[in-house]
Design a protein. Structure first.
Length: 124
């Protein structure tokens, strides 16, 4: 989800390119913020909006696109890294849901089994 800008309390707005100025609210970075003096959105935008507004025509994956003269620069694989961090932070139930959704989106593939492997070591 887009992050809150501490100074304004507003959130970034997903777009095809990250805004070029401090007052621009647009971000193409998953989990991005609005500009330092931007008015932004009152509430965060989530993965659904990121996909709808940012991941079009093969752009912004795995690296976001920066606007001309922006101070908020793209870094290699920034969007892939942000999504990976979000997935790792999920709890067990959320990971199960994501795995199920992923399995449904794989066309022509077969998912045999997805399970959690846990081990316990006891020392006597």
């Amino acid at each position: 989800m887009t992050q809150e800008n501490g100074s304004s309390g507003k959130h970034g707005v997903y777009a095809m390119k990250t805004g070029a100025s401090a007052s621009n609210n647009e971000t193409s970075i998953c989990g991005g913020k609005c500009g330092s003096s931007g008015s932004g959105a009152n509430s965060p935008e989530y993965l659904k909006e990121f996909i709808e507004k940012t991941l079009k025509d093969g752009k912004n994956w795995p690296t976001s696109t920066e606007g001309a003269d922006t101070t908020r620069k793209s870094t290699t694989n920034d969007n892939a890294d942000a999504v990976a961090k979000d997935l790792v932070a999920l709890n067990s139930d959320e990971k199960t849901i994501v795995a199920g959704l992923l399995a449904k989106t794989i066309e022509g593939g077969e998912v045999v089994e997805i399970r959690v492997v846990s081990s316990t070591f006891v020392s006597i």
